[in-house]
Design a protein around this ligand. Sequence first.
Ligand code: ASP
Length: 451
Amino acid sequence: MHKLSKHTILTIGILAGLIFGGVVGQVMFTAYGGNVPTAALEGFKFIGDTFFIGLLKMVLIPLVVSSVIVGVATIGDPSQLGRVGGWTVLYYLCTMVIAVVLGVFLVTTVAPGDPNRDGSGIGPEVIAKGEAAYGHEGELKRQRIEKKAEAGRHGVAGALWESFRNIAKQLIPANPIGAAAKGQILPVIAFSLILGIVLTSIGARGQPLIDVFRSLFAAIMKLVDWILWLAPMGVFCLVTWTVARLGGEELLRPLAKYMVVVVAGLLVHGLIVLPLVLWVFGRTNPYVFICQMREALMTAFGTDSSSATLPVTMECAEQLGGVSKKSAGFVLPLGATINMDGTALYEAVAVVFLFQCYGIELGTTELAVIVVTATLAAVGAAGIPSAGLVTMVIVVEAVNNSLGGDKTLPLAAVGIIIGVDRILDMCRTTVNVWGDAVGAKIITRIAPDPG
Ligand code: ASP
């Protein structure tokens, strides 16, 4: 009998986890009339978080350190490193801006929040419910949202400055071990980059340590291989938890049009724009590459986190996708924290939608403010669940500021979309990870592995 490969078995398993999770979650939601006991919900979340996401997080820091150092050491030549870095950042920025512009175009054309369009917009009742929901959100989340909002109050310049400050501070970590202990990825990448360059520059004396990291990298990738077998169970638990909590209809109906716009934008970006970019610049059949990356994409969908998915993304990209070690070690870890096409698109759509709900007209200047600040806010979002929802308020406040204060969107408006955020987060995280993979494949052309 034909023997199924490991990757085929895993694909089937993860897909089954997604589908069964959806079904079981929906059955529970219906059986309990929307009030599934917290203990049951927490049980699913606990298992998914601890035995899948927890294990992925466990390998994250050693993986990032070893892969970046090995990646830089294999590139070696500083001028090639500069070229790779330059093209990578250019790729990140261009694709994110395209995503935001696409989002703005779709949401202004369809106008899902405009009640005058066809009478199906968001009425005062939904707005009031949303604001109340914001009031009931946990104190911690509200504080995080309000803190971010502060950054946007100084307009585009303020948002620019805040993003720059945020990134610059992370690029020069005062204590790299402390950053690693807190699980902060960007400072760890920055330090590993510098260490990799220095180790290469000291020649033979650097070689033993490079070999240590090479061996660590091989070991961690093997561990990822093992952890991946838990993906079907992890994805099942997390999806069950999401669906059982939110259920279908009641919550979704008034927001259906908004969700359709976000998902349509993500589909266009993920299935048309990025494939086109890959085809033109990477000379690769994009749809074959999507299939090769399938486990990473499904894991992103199930976990809601680019960072937690990173080990799987690296495994698929190198083992199946033909991405070079040099490229994967550099483009993927950086992309998991910086490059977020899906989040950028989502933030643009969500902000315009909320302004439409409150009947506040946005002019060309405000739309331009959205393009700039949504890109920055997506860069600033960490690769964890709901990060995009929190950094989105930077965009809201920047637009409020640009409107000059006669009409402003209250922060509590975020409550309208909080309820459906998890589902959209699953979709945008998938596009975020896909964008990273496409970038790594393109960069492979200028940084192939030797031999
Ligand atoms: N969850 C997303 C990610 O990890 C970030 C976001 O909330 O948009 O990529």
